[in-house]
Design a protein around this ligand. Sequence first.
Ligand code: ATP
Length: 306
Amino acid sequence: LIQLYIPLNFMGMLYREIKQALIDIDDMFSILARHPEVSDKPGAKPLVVTEGTVRFENVRFSYVPEREILKGITFEVPAGRTVAIVGPSGAGKSTISRLLFRFYEPSSGRILIDGQDIADVQQASLREKIGMVPQDTVLFNDTIGYNIRYGRWEASEEEVAEAARLAQIDTFIRSLPEGYDTPVGERGLKLSGGEKQRVAIARTILKGPPILVLDEATSALDSFTEKEIQDALDRVSRGRTTLVIAHRLSTVVGADEIIVLDKGVIAERGTHEELLAAGGIYAAMWNRQREADEAREKLKRAAEEE
Ligand code: ATP
């Protein structure tokens, strides 16, 4: 019977391998199919980043003609500074990061990096200069070390470990039975949202891009994890031009400028203190979030006392 079992078992493994490969290929085609309209212009030059200033100039955009998402957005992220975009769900915050990465083209207006229109440069050179920490990181079915090294293939083992340390994920990795060689992803260890985000931060630290886009996770993280991730993000964004797409407000307090997006336009802008003093949309969002946080804390304390 065992003679029959071994080949059957092997065929089962082979079947799973092929199925996974097909799913991966499927994913790749669906990503390509989703962004077919953006390609390099003939004679496009590589992007040259000198300072790292990012500028949106009167940008308008719609996914479908009947519904305009951005209705003339103008702002600048000065070199090395941090600008945060906040606003209600569906306001178009993540759309701004997709346009900067040139997954889509504005219907009018321009996006400039150090004076160069990103529509005129080679896409590969643009994406090389921008580090993206997405909302939901997809991990490769490989080791956790591989997933970090993806940021820069030629990095040494020490550099990978240093990036993991800065991203506050090194201690966790070293506690795993196989350390950096532990398989992760669909077929390996499943990581939590917070752990995956820290892998993405380590990857970005290793890549060392002059411009960063942090698209915060929408899902609530516990306050300890949130603080750890915030510390890691602060470290990676120091001295780099950073655009934070903020779905929670706790992370934007220190930004050089906060832009409040509402119904496709910039409704308010300023620092945290200025916006609180103005008593507008931001102040209302801040108060609502504080009340929600307090209510959550109360519930937690009550549950602990029981
Ligand atoms: P949240 O805080 O909930 O993540 P957001 O401000 O980041 O929201 P976006 O993801 O930028 O919002 O989406 C803005 C609007 O565009 C939403 O109403 C969304 O439904 C719509 N939208 C997003 N992606 C597409 C798409 N590929 N095709 C059509 N509409 C889309």
